[in-house]
Design a protein around this ligand. Structure first.
Ligand code: PBG
Length: 335
Protein backbone atom coordinates (compact mmCIF):
# COMPACT_ATOMS: atom_id res chain seq x y z
CA UNK A 1 0.00 0.00 0.00
CA UNK A 2 1.27 3.40 -0.94
CA UNK A 3 1.54 5.61 2.13
CA UNK A 4 2.42 9.21 2.65
CA UNK A 5 1.15 12.40 1.14
CA UNK A 6 -0.62 12.37 -2.22
CA UNK A 7 1.70 13.81 -4.82
CA UNK A 8 0.65 17.33 -5.68
CA UNK A 9 1.11 19.65 -8.62
CA UNK A 10 2.90 19.37 -10.99
CA UNK A 11 2.94 15.57 -10.63
CA UNK A 12 -0.79 15.54 -10.07
CA UNK A 13 -2.89 17.39 -12.59
CA UNK A 14 -6.66 17.04 -12.18
CA UNK A 15 -7.19 18.32 -15.70
CA UNK A 16 -5.36 15.29 -17.11
CA UNK A 17 -8.51 13.20 -16.69
CA UNK A 18 -10.68 15.86 -18.27
CA UNK A 19 -8.94 15.87 -21.65
CA UNK A 20 -10.54 12.98 -23.52
CA UNK A 21 -14.33 12.76 -23.70
CA UNK A 22 -14.06 8.99 -23.37
CA UNK A 23 -12.23 9.30 -20.07
CA UNK A 24 -14.72 11.87 -18.84
CA UNK A 25 -17.55 9.51 -19.71
CA UNK A 26 -15.87 6.58 -17.99
CA UNK A 27 -15.58 8.61 -14.82
CA UNK A 28 -19.22 9.66 -14.77
CA UNK A 29 -20.96 8.25 -11.73
CA UNK A 30 -24.35 9.90 -11.98
CA UNK A 31 -26.72 8.98 -14.77
CA UNK A 32 -30.14 10.20 -15.75
CA UNK A 33 -32.57 7.63 -17.09
CA UNK A 34 -36.12 8.20 -18.31
CA UNK A 35 -37.18 5.14 -16.29
CA UNK A 36 -36.42 7.05 -13.10
CA UNK A 37 -38.70 9.94 -14.03
CA UNK A 38 -42.35 10.44 -13.18
CA UNK A 39 -44.54 12.89 -15.07
CA UNK A 40 -47.21 14.84 -13.14
CA UNK A 41 -50.56 15.14 -14.95
CA UNK A 42 -53.57 17.30 -14.09
CA UNK A 43 -56.95 15.85 -14.86
CA UNK A 44 -60.35 17.53 -14.88
CA UNK A 45 -63.76 16.37 -16.05
CA UNK A 46 -65.11 16.77 -19.56
CA UNK A 47 -64.30 15.55 -23.05
CA UNK A 48 -61.59 16.82 -25.33
CA UNK A 49 -60.32 19.24 -22.68
CA UNK A 50 -56.73 20.35 -23.07
CA UNK A 51 -56.40 23.64 -21.26
CA UNK A 52 -52.95 25.18 -21.09
CA UNK A 53 -51.59 26.00 -17.64
CA UNK A 54 -50.28 29.53 -18.06
CA UNK A 55 -47.49 29.37 -15.51
CA UNK A 56 -46.25 25.96 -16.64
CA UNK A 57 -45.55 26.03 -20.38
CA UNK A 58 -46.09 22.64 -22.03
CA UNK A 59 -48.48 21.45 -19.30
CA UNK A 60 -52.25 21.17 -19.51
CA UNK A 61 -55.33 20.34 -17.53
CA UNK A 62 -56.71 17.43 -19.52
CA UNK A 63 -59.89 15.38 -19.45
CA UNK A 64 -59.69 11.60 -18.88
CA UNK A 65 -60.19 10.85 -22.60
CA UNK A 66 -56.94 12.65 -23.35
CA UNK A 67 -54.96 10.27 -21.15
CA UNK A 68 -54.62 7.56 -23.78
CA UNK A 69 -52.47 9.70 -26.07
CA UNK A 70 -50.50 11.06 -23.14
CA UNK A 71 -49.76 7.61 -21.74
CA UNK A 72 -48.76 6.25 -25.14
CA UNK A 73 -46.12 8.95 -25.24
CA UNK A 74 -45.04 8.18 -21.67
CA UNK A 75 -44.68 4.51 -22.60
CA UNK A 76 -42.79 5.20 -25.80
CA UNK A 77 -40.39 7.51 -24.01
CA UNK A 78 -39.75 4.85 -21.38
CA UNK A 79 -40.67 7.06 -18.45
CA UNK A 80 -41.13 5.51 -15.03
CA UNK A 81 -44.77 6.52 -14.85
CA UNK A 82 -47.20 9.31 -14.14
CA UNK A 83 -48.62 10.88 -11.00
CA UNK A 84 -52.21 12.07 -11.29
CA UNK A 85 -53.74 15.16 -9.70
CA UNK A 86 -57.47 15.72 -9.94
CA UNK A 87 -59.35 18.98 -10.29
CA UNK A 88 -62.98 18.31 -9.30
CA UNK A 89 -66.04 20.16 -10.62
CA UNK A 90 -67.30 20.82 -7.14
CA UNK A 91 -65.42 21.40 -3.95
CA UNK A 92 -66.77 21.20 -0.41
CA UNK A 93 -65.55 21.34 3.16
CA UNK A 94 -64.48 17.69 3.28
CA UNK A 95 -63.37 17.18 -0.33
CA UNK A 96 -66.12 14.68 -1.12
CA UNK A 97 -65.05 14.23 -4.75
CA UNK A 98 -61.72 12.83 -3.60
CA UNK A 99 -63.24 9.84 -1.83
CA UNK A 100 -66.02 9.18 -4.32
CA UNK A 101 -65.96 6.23 -6.68
CA UNK A 102 -67.08 8.64 -9.39
CA UNK A 103 -64.45 11.22 -8.46
CA UNK A 104 -62.23 12.77 -11.08
CA UNK A 105 -59.07 10.93 -10.08
CA UNK A 106 -60.89 7.62 -9.80
CA UNK A 107 -62.24 8.16 -13.33
CA UNK A 108 -58.82 9.16 -14.56
CA UNK A 109 -57.10 6.13 -13.06
CA UNK A 110 -59.65 3.81 -14.58
CA UNK A 111 -59.25 5.47 -17.99
CA UNK A 112 -55.48 5.32 -17.69
CA UNK A 113 -55.36 1.66 -16.75
CA UNK A 114 -57.74 0.83 -19.57
CA UNK A 115 -55.81 2.78 -22.20
CA UNK A 116 -52.29 1.81 -21.15
CA UNK A 117 -52.28 -0.98 -18.56
CA UNK A 118 -48.48 -1.13 -18.48
CA UNK A 119 -47.87 2.50 -17.61
CA UNK A 120 -47.34 2.95 -13.88
CA UNK A 121 -50.02 5.16 -12.36
CA UNK A 122 -49.32 6.89 -9.05
CA UNK A 123 -52.02 9.00 -7.41
CA UNK A 124 -51.47 12.02 -5.22
CA UNK A 125 -53.51 11.51 -2.06
CA UNK A 126 -54.48 14.86 -0.59
CA UNK A 127 -57.41 17.21 -0.03
CA UNK A 128 -56.26 20.66 -1.08
CA UNK A 129 -57.57 20.34 -4.65
CA UNK A 130 -60.91 19.02 -3.40
CA UNK A 131 -61.80 21.25 -0.47
CA UNK A 132 -63.48 24.64 -0.86
CA UNK A 133 -61.04 26.09 1.68
CA UNK A 134 -58.03 24.64 -0.14
CA UNK A 135 -56.40 23.02 2.89
CA UNK A 136 -55.00 19.50 2.93
CA UNK A 137 -57.57 18.11 5.35
CA UNK A 138 -60.71 18.79 7.34
CA UNK A 139 -60.80 22.14 9.11
CA UNK A 140 -62.07 22.57 12.62
CA UNK A 141 -61.87 25.16 15.34
CA UNK A 142 -62.31 22.84 18.29
CA UNK A 143 -59.15 24.17 19.81
CA UNK A 144 -60.19 27.79 19.40
CA UNK A 145 -57.79 27.97 16.49
CA UNK A 146 -58.88 27.22 12.94
CA UNK A 147 -56.65 24.44 11.71
CA UNK A 148 -56.54 21.12 9.87
CA UNK A 149 -57.92 18.46 12.21
CA UNK A 150 -55.24 15.80 12.03
CA UNK A 151 -57.07 12.72 13.23
CA UNK A 152 -60.38 13.50 11.53
CA UNK A 153 -58.42 13.86 8.29
CA UNK A 154 -56.75 10.46 8.69
CA UNK A 155 -60.02 8.65 8.30
CA UNK A 156 -60.73 10.44 5.03
CA UNK A 157 -57.19 10.05 3.72
CA UNK A 158 -57.43 6.30 4.20
CA UNK A 159 -60.74 6.24 2.31
CA UNK A 160 -59.29 8.32 -0.48
CA UNK A 161 -56.26 6.06 -0.88
CA UNK A 162 -58.43 2.96 -0.87
CA UNK A 163 -60.72 4.39 -3.55
CA UNK A 164 -57.64 5.12 -5.69
CA UNK A 165 -56.41 1.56 -5.25
CA UNK A 166 -59.86 0.21 -6.12
CA UNK A 167 -59.86 2.32 -9.28
CA UNK A 168 -56.55 0.70 -10.23
CA UNK A 169 -53.80 2.97 -8.90
CA UNK A 170 -50.45 1.17 -8.83
CA UNK A 171 -48.95 3.36 -6.09
CA UNK A 172 -50.56 5.87 -3.73
CA UNK A 173 -48.70 8.99 -2.66
CA UNK A 174 -50.01 10.88 0.36
CA UNK A 175 -48.82 14.49 0.22
CA UNK A 176 -50.64 16.24 3.04
CA UNK A 177 -48.04 15.99 5.84
CA UNK A 178 -50.74 14.77 8.21
CA UNK A 179 -49.28 12.84 11.16
CA UNK A 180 -50.11 9.16 10.88
CA UNK A 181 -51.22 9.32 7.24
CA UNK A 182 -48.99 6.49 6.07
CA UNK A 183 -50.08 4.14 8.83
CA UNK A 184 -53.76 4.93 8.29
CA UNK A 185 -53.46 4.26 4.56
CA UNK A 186 -51.43 1.08 4.98
CA UNK A 187 -53.92 -0.33 7.46
CA UNK A 188 -56.90 0.47 5.24
CA UNK A 189 -55.28 -0.88 2.09
CA UNK A 190 -54.22 -4.08 3.83
CA UNK A 191 -57.63 -4.65 5.36
CA UNK A 192 -59.18 -4.40 1.90
CA UNK A 193 -56.73 -6.79 0.29
CA UNK A 194 -54.44 -4.21 -1.32
CA UNK A 195 -51.31 -5.38 0.48
CA UNK A 196 -49.44 -5.20 -2.83
CA UNK A 197 -49.97 -1.47 -3.41
CA UNK A 198 -46.94 0.56 -2.30
CA UNK A 199 -47.17 3.86 -0.43
CA UNK A 200 -44.87 6.60 -1.64
CA UNK A 201 -44.93 9.15 1.14
CA UNK A 202 -44.22 12.83 0.71
CA UNK A 203 -42.26 12.38 3.94
CA UNK A 204 -40.24 15.59 4.15
CA UNK A 205 -42.36 18.22 2.48
CA UNK A 206 -41.62 21.84 3.22
CA UNK A 207 -43.98 24.81 3.35
CA UNK A 208 -42.51 26.24 0.19
CA UNK A 209 -43.16 29.20 -2.07
CA UNK A 210 -41.97 27.02 -4.94
CA UNK A 211 -45.45 25.42 -5.18
CA UNK A 212 -46.95 28.62 -6.58
CA UNK A 213 -47.50 27.54 -10.20
CA UNK A 214 -48.86 24.15 -9.10
CA UNK A 215 -51.58 25.83 -7.09
CA UNK A 216 -52.68 27.58 -10.28
CA UNK A 217 -52.55 24.30 -12.15
CA UNK A 218 -54.43 22.32 -9.51
CA UNK A 219 -56.58 25.23 -8.33
CA UNK A 220 -55.57 24.42 -4.76
CA UNK A 221 -54.49 27.70 -3.21
CA UNK A 222 -55.58 27.92 0.45
CA UNK A 223 -58.48 30.36 0.77
CA UNK A 224 -57.19 31.55 4.16
CA UNK A 225 -54.00 31.09 6.08
CA UNK A 226 -51.16 28.93 4.85
CA UNK A 227 -49.85 25.40 5.21
CA UNK A 228 -47.31 26.03 7.94
CA UNK A 229 -49.17 24.06 10.59
CA UNK A 230 -48.63 20.86 8.61
CA UNK A 231 -45.81 21.32 6.10
CA UNK A 232 -42.26 21.69 7.42
CA UNK A 233 -40.52 24.95 8.21
CA UNK A 234 -37.60 25.48 5.81
CA UNK A 235 -35.69 26.98 8.73
CA UNK A 236 -36.22 24.01 11.03
CA UNK A 237 -33.32 21.82 12.14
CA UNK A 238 -32.53 19.66 9.10
CA UNK A 239 -32.73 16.58 11.33
CA UNK A 240 -36.48 17.10 11.57
CA UNK A 241 -36.63 15.69 8.04
CA UNK A 242 -34.96 12.52 9.27
CA UNK A 243 -37.58 12.16 12.01
CA UNK A 244 -40.35 12.57 9.46
CA UNK A 245 -38.80 9.90 7.26
CA UNK A 246 -38.20 7.57 10.18
CA UNK A 247 -41.81 7.89 11.34
CA UNK A 248 -43.18 7.26 7.84
CA UNK A 249 -40.99 4.19 7.47
CA UNK A 250 -42.18 2.90 10.83
CA UNK A 251 -45.75 3.33 9.56
CA UNK A 252 -44.95 1.31 6.46
CA UNK A 253 -43.89 3.78 3.76
CA UNK A 254 -42.25 1.96 0.84
CA UNK A 255 -40.78 5.02 -0.86
CA UNK A 256 -40.06 8.36 0.81
CA UNK A 257 -39.92 11.73 -0.86
CA UNK A 258 -38.22 15.05 -0.27
CA UNK A 259 -39.97 18.11 -1.67
CA UNK A 260 -39.10 20.61 -3.13
CA UNK A 261 -35.94 19.22 -4.66
CA UNK A 262 -33.27 21.63 -5.82
CA UNK A 263 -33.39 24.00 -2.80
CA UNK A 264 -33.34 20.93 -0.50
CA UNK A 265 -30.37 18.95 -1.81
CA UNK A 266 -28.93 18.84 1.70
CA UNK A 267 -32.06 17.10 2.92
CA UNK A 268 -31.93 14.60 0.08
CA UNK A 269 -28.33 13.81 0.93
CA UNK A 270 -29.09 13.50 4.66
CA UNK A 271 -31.98 11.11 4.01
CA UNK A 272 -29.94 9.09 1.52
CA UNK A 273 -27.11 8.68 4.03
CA UNK A 274 -29.34 7.97 7.04
CA UNK A 275 -31.53 5.41 5.25
CA UNK A 276 -29.29 3.88 2.58
CA UNK A 277 -31.57 1.07 1.49
CA UNK A 278 -34.79 3.04 1.28
CA UNK A 279 -36.13 4.13 -2.12
CA UNK A 280 -35.90 7.92 -2.24
CA UNK A 281 -37.81 10.27 -4.51
CA UNK A 282 -37.32 13.97 -5.14
CA UNK A 283 -40.11 16.24 -6.35
CA UNK A 284 -38.69 18.84 -8.69
CA UNK A 285 -41.65 21.14 -8.13
CA UNK A 286 -43.59 23.57 -10.27
CA UNK A 287 -41.66 26.68 -9.21
CA UNK A 288 -38.34 25.04 -9.98
CA UNK A 289 -39.67 24.26 -13.47
CA UNK A 290 -41.39 27.57 -14.17
CA UNK A 291 -38.39 29.69 -13.18
CA UNK A 292 -36.25 27.96 -15.74
CA UNK A 293 -38.96 28.13 -18.40
CA UNK A 294 -39.41 31.86 -17.85
CA UNK A 295 -35.71 32.62 -17.96
CA UNK A 296 -35.29 30.45 -21.05
CA UNK A 297 -38.16 32.22 -22.81
CA UNK A 298 -36.26 35.45 -22.30
CA UNK A 299 -33.14 33.85 -23.71
CA UNK A 300 -31.33 34.24 -20.40
CA UNK A 301 -30.48 30.59 -19.89
CA UNK A 302 -30.35 27.38 -21.90
CA UNK A 303 -33.38 25.38 -20.78
CA UNK A 304 -32.12 21.99 -21.83
CA UNK A 305 -28.72 22.36 -20.19
CA UNK A 306 -30.14 23.83 -16.99
CA UNK A 307 -32.91 21.25 -16.71
CA UNK A 308 -30.61 18.28 -17.23
CA UNK A 309 -28.04 19.72 -14.83
CA UNK A 310 -30.76 20.24 -12.21
CA UNK A 311 -32.07 16.70 -12.55
CA UNK A 312 -28.53 15.33 -12.44
CA UNK A 313 -27.96 17.21 -9.18
CA UNK A 314 -30.96 15.48 -7.64
CA UNK A 315 -29.61 12.08 -8.61
CA UNK A 316 -26.16 13.00 -7.31
CA UNK A 317 -27.68 14.07 -3.98
CA UNK A 318 -29.15 10.59 -3.68
CA UNK A 319 -32.61 10.59 -5.26
CA UNK A 320 -33.45 7.46 -7.21
CA UNK A 321 -36.84 8.66 -8.45
CA UNK A 322 -37.44 12.09 -9.95
CA UNK A 323 -40.89 13.61 -10.19
CA UNK A 324 -40.47 16.30 -12.79
CA UNK A 325 -42.41 18.41 -15.26
CA UNK A 326 -39.46 17.94 -17.61
CA UNK A 327 -39.91 14.16 -17.75
CA UNK A 328 -41.01 14.02 -21.40
CA UNK A 329 -38.56 16.65 -22.60
CA UNK A 330 -35.72 15.10 -20.61
CA UNK A 331 -36.40 11.67 -22.09
CA UNK A 332 -36.15 13.17 -25.58
CA UNK A 333 -33.02 15.10 -24.75
CA UNK A 334 -31.40 11.94 -23.38
CA UNK A 335 -32.40 9.77 -26.35
C1 PBG B 1 -50.82 18.66 -2.74
C2 PBG B 1 -49.57 18.87 -3.49
C3 PBG B 1 -48.88 20.06 -3.76
C4 PBG B 1 -47.84 19.72 -4.63
C5 PBG B 1 -47.90 18.34 -4.82
N1 PBG B 1 -48.97 17.83 -4.09
C6 PBG B 1 -49.15 21.47 -3.41
C7 PBG B 1 -49.08 22.00 -2.06
O1 PBG B 1 -48.68 21.33 -1.09
O2 PBG B 1 -49.49 23.14 -1.95
C8 PBG B 1 -46.85 20.69 -5.23
C9 PBG B 1 -46.24 20.25 -6.51
C10 PBG B 1 -45.55 21.31 -7.28
O3 PBG B 1 -45.41 22.48 -6.87
O4 PBG B 1 -45.13 20.98 -8.38
N2 PBG B 1 -50.76 18.74 -1.39
Amino acid sequence: MQKGPTPSFPTTRMRRLRQHPGVRRMLEETRLTPADMVLPLFVRSGKGVRQAIGSMPGHFQISPDQLAAELDEVGELGLGGVILFGIPDTKDAVGSDSTSEAGIVQQAVAAAKKAAPDVLVITDVCFCEYTDHGHCGVINDKTGRVDVDNDATLELIASQALSHARAGADVVAPSGMIDGMVGAIRARLDAAGFTHVPVMSYAAKYASAFYGPFRDAAESTPQFGDRRSYQMDPAADARQALREVELDLAEGADIVMVKPALPYLDILRDVRDAFPGVPLAAYNVSGEFSMVKAAAERGWIDERAVALESLLALRRAGAGILLTYWAKQAARWLA
